[in-house]
Structures are given as structure tokens and as C-alpha cells.
Design a protein around this ligand. Structure first.
Ligand SMILES: C[S@@+](CC[C@H](N)C(=O)[O-])C[C@H]1O[C@@H](n2cnc3c(N)ncnc32)[C@H](O)[C@@H]1O
Length: 343
């Protein structure tokens, strides 16, 4: 057992701080495109009202998402972890020493499986977590520094788009952007294409992209994953309203909405909504926005597309992302695809 003195703790803290930089890109003074709330105004003034799903993730939303990951119905997290655990060392051996850049890092729990693989091969650990959820990014980074004594972290708080335009210079010969949890599924096909383009533009030829994808499967498995028996996913959806109220001086009343989610088999996607239980007017004062809702009208808060692996592999190669390898779990529910930016 080791007992550390208060001085030891202070030294440890100073050492951890030297290995951590966090840059907030959501500040309009840093990022010109960070016109806060403009995407929300665009979504809420369309015929089919939508709220961009990154607003699900304030600190509380990120905490609830961690609870979702533990739910028996929510198979994606443990399934993807199974693939990473079995194949992390094959990924590290393929890329060699590499800066690890994660889109939507959240708690970085699964990322630890990659760190272990790179660490076992004696590769330096340098990590660029990217997330809109500042509190979660900072708390996770501090835990990682404690557990990986050689790890260096440069965190970026902001959207994927903002962060990909502001990647710090890498001290390592290669970089790998990775996008886990099938978060790509939150985007419509055109937006996915745009994200692939932003990724290839931000990397060099020969760099890597690792993508985790939830595959198409029976709606009997899909629907409970987004509407669990304990109501945690519903709470995640309602929390969005509290977040918007706080951030944009809004007056959404969560009692006037119902969580509603289903698998749209034609489009191959889970769709999640907040359905207004009555005709109502909502204001978001900070955005100077008034939203009229009819009784029964539903605001779409998330899509979660389910993918066909051969189709996605074709799309990736059309975007200059050469597929090097794919791995699946024992039930073929989820896939990890490792690509290289064409030379
Ligand atoms: C579904 S969670 C996945 C977390 C983790 N990667 C995993 O696989 O468990 C999505 C994460 O991405 C973040 N996020 C969502 N939309 C984002 C966006 N447009 N830009 C940056 N981060 C985003 C959220 O805050 C959250 O931490």
C-alpha cells in the first residue's frame, strides 16, 4: 500500500496539469462559426421541427448517457467494447505510433481499450478528445491522466465540425481520428458525407480513420434500446428541454411533452421525438425565438441510423478512405472499420 503525503499529492496534481490542455472552441471569440444557437433556430423553424442532437449533452445529459450505456437493453456500448477488446492490438499494430483523436469522446471509457493496446506496444499516448460536453470532457481527462501516467491530452470543447478545423499540431508521425458508439448514425447521409470530407481534409494522406457502426437488425432488439423499461432514455430526452431552458432562457415545460421513439424500417433508423401533449407556445428569449406547437406535434430530437456494412465500405472508399480491415462482434450486431486516407 502506498501512502502519499500532501506534498506528493500536490506534485501529482502539478504533473497532471502539465499533461493537460483544454481549448474551448464554442467561444465565438475563438471560432467565428460558433454562432451559438443558430442551428437550433434553423431546426425549430422548419416544417418538421428538429433539435440538433448535440443539445442532448449538457453535463446532466452526459451523466444520463453513461447510465444508458449500462442498461441491459442498450447493447451498442458493450458490443463495441467486445470488438475493441479483441482487436485493439491489431489496430495499434496496423497504425504504429499514432495520435488518437476522438470525435464525441464522452467518458472515454472504451478509449481505454485503445490506450492499453498502444501502451502494450510501447507507443507514446497522445490523445485529442473532442466533445460539446465540457464538464464530461474535463472530468474524464483528469481520470485518464491519473490512470495513464505517460498520457498527454489536448482536449477540444466544441462540435465535430469546429474541432476538425482546429486540430493541434501532432508530435507523432501519424494521426487516427476515431468515431465510436455509432454516433455517425445521428447524421443524415449527406451530412455523413460532409463529415468524411472534413475528416480527410483535416488529416494527411496515410493517416487513419476508425469508425464504429451499429448494423441493421430486428426492431425487437432496436426499439427497447431507445425506450428502456426504467425510463432512463426518456429522461435523457426530457433533459434536453431543461438544457435549452437554461442555456437560452427558455420556458419549455417537460410536463407538456412525451418521449416517443420508433424504428423507421423504410429509412433504417431509430427516430426519437418529444411530442407536444397540447397546443402551446414556447419562448427561447436569448434567441429571440417563439415556437408554436400544435397538440400532438412532435419535435425530432435524434435519429440513429442503422448501417449496412458493404454499403458503408463503398461510401468510405468513394470519399478517399481506403478500408484496411473490418471487425465484428460474435452476433454481427456492430462493426469497426479501419480506413486509411488514400495516399
Ligand atoms: C452517443 S455519445 C458517445 C460517447 C462515446 N464515444 C461512446 O461511444 O460511448 C455521443 C458523444 O458525442 C458528443 N457529441 C454529440 N454531438 C456532438 C457534436 N456535434 N460535436 C461534438 N460532440 C458531440 C456528446 O456530448 C457525447 O459525449
Amino acid at each position: 500500500m502506498s501512502i502519499s503525503s500532501p506534498t506528493g499529492n500536490r506534485d501529482q496534481l502539478a504533473n497532471d496539469q502539465q499533461r493537460l490542455t483544454i481549448q474551448d472552441l464554442s467561444d465565438p471569440q475563438v471560432t467565428v462559426s460558433a454562432n451559438e444557437g443558430s442551428d437550433l433556430i434553423a431546426g425549430l423553424t422548419q416544417r418538421q421541427k428538429t433539435i440538433p442532437c448535440h443539445y442532448l449533452y449538457d453535463d446532466r445529459g452526459s451523466e444520463i448517457f453513461e447510465q444508458i450505456c449500462e442498461l441491459p437493453e442498450y447493447y451498442p456500448t458493450r458490443t463495441e467494447a467486445e470488438i475493441l477488446e479483441a482487436n485493439g492490438s491489431a489496430i495499434a499494430q496496423t497504425t504504429g505510433p499514432c495520435e488518437l483523436i476522438e470525435l464525441g469522446s464522452g467518458s472515454s471509457t472504451k478509449t481505454r481499450l485503445l490506450f492499453d493496446s498502444y501502451d502494450n506496444l510501447g507507443y507514446p499516448l497522445r490523445y485529442v478528445p473532442i466533445d460539446v460536453s465540457a464538464g464530461m470532457l474535463e472530468a474524464s481527462a483528469k481520470e485518464l491522466l491519473r490512470d495513464y501516467p505517460t498520457l498527454k491530452i489536448y482536449g477540444l470543447v466544441g462540435t465535430y465540425e469546429q474541432a476538425l478545423q482546429h486540430l493541434p499540431p501532432s508530435p507523432l508521425p501519424k494521426q487516427m481520428v476515431f468515431f465510436l458508439g455509432s454516433s455517425l448514425g445521428n447524421f443524415a447521409p449527406k451530412q455523413c458525407q460532409e463529415i468524411f470530407r472534413q475528416i480527410t481534409a483535416s488529416l494527411n494522406p496515410g493517416d487513419y480513420f476508425l469508425l464504429g457502426l451499429d448494423l441493421q437488425k430486428s426492431k425487437d432488439i432496436l426499439e427497447p434500446a431507445y425506450n428502456d423499461s426504467q425510463g432512463i432514455t426518456a429522461e435523457f430526452n426530457y433533459n434536453l428541454l431543461d438544457h435549452l431552458n437554461r442555456r437560452f432562457q427558455g420556458n419549455f415545460n417537460r410536463q407538456n411533452f412525451q418521449h416517443w421513439t420508433f424504428y423507421n424500417s423504410e429509412l433504417g433508423q431509430i427516430e426519437t421525438y418529444l411530442r407536444s401533449t397540447q397546443a402551446q407556445t414556447v419562448e427561447l428569449k436569448a434567441l429571440d425565438l417563439t415556437v408554436e406547437l400544435d397538440a400532438g406535434e412532435a419535435i425530432r430530437t435524434e435519429i440513429s441510423r442503422k448501417f449496412d456494412l458493404p454499403t458503408m465500405k463503398k461510401e468510405l472508399s468513394q470519399e478517399g478512405l481506403e478500408v484496411l480491415n473490418t471487425w465484428q462482434d460474435s452476433q454481427n450486431w456492430f462493426a469497426l472499420i479501419l480506413c486509411q486516407i488514400s495516399k
